[in-house]
Design a protein around this ligand. Sequence first.
Ligand SMILES: Nc1ncnc2c1ncn2[C@@H]1O[C@H](COP(=O)(O)OP(=O)(O)O)[C@@H](O)[C@H]1O
Ligand SMILES: [Mg+2]
Length: 350
Amino acid sequence: MKLKIKLPLLFLLMFIFFMVSIGIYLKFIFAEYPHISSSLFNPSYIGVLLPILAIACFIFIILIMYINFFIEKPIGLLNRRLERVNIVHPLPPLALRSNDEIGDLYKHFNKMEKRLQLAHKEQTDMISAIAHDLKAPLTSISGFAELLAMQKGLSENEKQEYYELIQKKSKYMAELINDFISFTKEKQDLESMILKQVDASKLFENIAQEYDYELSGLNCELAYKHLFTENIMLMVNETMIGRVFGNLFSNVIRYGGKKELKVYMTGYSKGSYAYFKIEDNGTGVPDKDIPSLFLKFFTVDKSRQIENGGIGLGLASCKSIIEYHGGEIYAYSSEYGGLGIKFSLPLSKN
Ligand SMILES: Nc1ncnc2c1ncn2[C@@H]1O[C@H](COP(=O)(O)OP(=O)(O)O)[C@@H](O)[C@H]1O
Ligand SMILES: [Mg+2]
């Protein structure tokens, strides 16, 4: 049964119940004091009752109209709209009617529709970017394989060169696929990650010690310094934050492009945030590309990319991890000549 029938029926039932109760009550009173009944049914008293009944009917009609216009109609509209949700060709957002629960329902519906459209766009963008990135090495592989199959008179040296190129391109394809898999898995990890209270200075020192050793093996020096006093606590998932540092250090090694690379890691707290900076003295990134660094699949130099690997998801992943923790991340040209990345993490309240 529809709301517009159900609710008035309910009111009518309540009204009948109310009248019957009054009737029963009066019946008892009349049994006790019979003389009241003759004066109560006096036409002048009944004359007073009629306007009361008219007012009750009026209130009843107003209630029905209110239910119809402010409850039943907006819910009906939302229902029809839910049947027509289209994330590929979105319809204009539902107009807000009021500030009550139904208004909130409309607002949440509009937000949900936006999120669905964004998720769909992200998915299609990702698929086309992956298809695009995989197509280039695959075309080269099939080109070299065709050369090897068709050209019988190739020298051993030439054959060796083509085999190596095929191997390099297929290795790059495997890395692209791995990057993509870990990026999609990371989204699920973020949804279910558990935050723990961590001492900022300990977190900083653990990361610095871990990478000091690793980077020195790759001919890269790490200089680190922090200004965290004791008991500056952060609510973080250490594995995820470790992943951010890992991505940033691996970028310096991959794209630093210098023989004597040096990385500067700094930490300090200000207001209700802890700040971390990773800067290098490498070749850096042109100013025009800096605002795009955190976009998914953005790479500065495609030709360098095939040499160094990477699909352009590393910094996008750092951004989503930091934002999930309630912080922000920026890129800038560092005073040391290379790229600088700075991110914030909120301090724990207690
Ligand atoms: N420290 C750095 N020095 C120079 N270029 C960098 C540095 N870090 C990142 N980049 C550039 O930013 C681009 C995006 O980085 P990132 O999102 O980590 O991609 P990827 O996953 O391919 O490494 C890289 O393709 C690289 O060109
Ligand atoms: Mg990277």
